[in-house]
Structure formats: C-alpha cells, structure tokens
Design a protein around this ligand. Structure first.
Ligand SMILES: [Zn+2]
Length: 274
C-alpha cells in the first residue's frame, strides 16, 4: 500500500504493515494457556490480535527498530522468566532508596543505552499520536498538540533535541515477575499543570509530561536529569489496584515531590544543563 509516511512525511511511498506495539513484545504475554491481556481505550480484555496498520515506510520502520526497539524489547520479562532490564538498571548507582522506591542512575551504567531507551519511549507515544490504529476511525489514537507531535517527530528522526517542555519519566517494576500486560499510550488527567501521557509494557511504566516548566517540575525524570534516573517501584501493584480505569496519578506525584525534596536535601540534585 502506498501513502504518506507519518514519520518522515515522504509522500506516495510504499508503507509497511506497521505494528503499534513492537511485534516482538506480543510473545511476552503468552503463558501457554491464557490469552494476553491488553488495554484498549481503557477497556481490558484478553486478545491475541496484533494491532497494526499501514503507517510508516520501510526506512522509518527500520529506524524505530535500530534506534530503540531492538535494544529495548529483548530486555523485557517473559512470563515467569528473568527481567533483564530490571537487572541492568540495578547495576547502576543508587541515588535514593526508601521502603517503596529506589532511584538508580542510568547515565554512567554501561548496560543502559539511555538514547535507545528514550527513542523507544518517544516512538511509542508518537505512534499513538499520529494514527488511529483502528479501521473505524481516522482520529489519532491519542490526542497530542501538533507542535508537540512535531517536536517528537524531529527528535525521532535525529533532527532535533527534545524541547524542555517535554519530560520523560521511566519506572521499572521492582518485582522480578511484574504484571504481564500492556497498556497502550493514552492521555491521563493533567498534573502540575502539565499534560500527562502514559503507557505500560510488561513491568515498565512510561510517563511523558508536556507543558511549560515540565523539565523543572520533573527534575528527577529520566529524560531531564543528567543522571538519567530510573525509578524502581512496584508498578504492577499500582496498575493492578487501579484496575481498568487509570493509573492513580496523585499519590505518585506526591511521592515524586517528597523524593525530590530528599534528593535536594542530600545534595544530589543536579542543575539542568550540567
Ligand atoms: Zn518514513
């Protein structure tokens, strides 16, 4: 099928049958008996159906693979198996720890490719923001401001840095066997006066905060702080307890504030741009 690629914007190009969530992750959710569980539009149901459509050209598909997915996806846990990403994160320096939360530095951890992790995350948010991923609609799966979509598009193509109004935060599950499911990207309630987009994939919870001051307000976020902090919490319980409605945002945000304060007190806070 020919059309305009939604990443490089080349018109009348051969489009690939692109996957919304990387194809390699579908196998993660099979335990041999049960169907994988997936959230679609805030409803939860078991399905083996892969969500795909003709969206990106071959070059852009390869770009998603090369710059993010190929590194990230093999590090996710299989059902009952090891969780390589978690193990790698825990080899980093600990910036903070209490009973429920640990924050690890990824910046000087040779086992974490921060650029590829960022590219993967932004790629998922971008895919949700530029295509409906269902036959019955032409509206993007997730609403995002055009200027933000464009900034992410240029970043994904390697043509620009992420602006300061976009802050990426990553939480890896503290459990060896996390809640084995995916929640496709969607926009949550605003928080701190910022737009907030989230997705969850097999033990890894991604949040994107967008708006003026996003970087300043989320200084302990992966994509903002020079240490590239990765949070480790029991994300599975957060997801499970809030069921199919939403991830509860308020409590995490309060926790974020408290932890930030402690980071400041311990002198671990590093100024932006350092
Ligand atoms: Zn393209």
């Amino acid at each position: 099928m020919r059309g305009r690629c939604k990443l490089c914007l080349t018109p009348d190009v051969e489009l690939r049958d692109s996957h919304f969530t990387p194809k390699s992750t579908y196998g993660l959710f099979h335990d041999g008996t049960n169907e994988p569980v997936r959230f679609v539009e805030k409803s939860l149901f078991p399905t083996s159906k892969q969500v795909k459509d003709y969206v990106f050209c071959g070059d852009c598909e390869q770009l998603f693979n090369r710059e993010g997915e190929n590194w990230f996806c093999p590090l996710l846990p299989t059902v009952g198996g090891p969780f390589p990403l978690r193990e790698r994160v825990m080899k980093g320096r600990i910036l903070y720890r209490d009973e429920t939360t640990a924050i690890y530095q990824a910046a000087d951890n040779p086992e974490i490719d921060t650029a590829k992790l960022t590219h993967f995350a932004l790629g998922m948010f971008f895919k949700a923001a530029v295509h409906s991923w269902k036959k019955s609609s032409t509206e993007p799966y997730m609403q995002m401001e055009p200027e933000d979509v464009e900034a992410i598009r240029l970043y994904l193509l390697g043509k620009g840095d992420l602006p300061k109004r976009i802050a990426l935060c990553i939480t890896v599950d503290s459990m060896v066997t996390p809640l084995q499911m995916g929640v496709q990207p969607y926009r949550m309630q605003d928080t701190q006066g910022l737009k907030r987009y989230v997705f969850y994939l097999a033990g890894v919870f991604f949040q994107l905060f967008v708006g003026d001051g996003a970087a300043e307000k989320n200084v302990a976020c992966f994509g903002v702080h020079p240490a590239h902090p990765i949070w480790m919490q029991n994300a599975s319980i957060v997801v499970r307890n809030t069921g199919r409605e939403e991830f509860k945002g308020a409590r995490r945000t309060k926790k974020l504030e408290e932890t930030l304060k402690e980071l400041d007190e311990k002198g671990l806070s590093i100024r932006l741009g350092d």
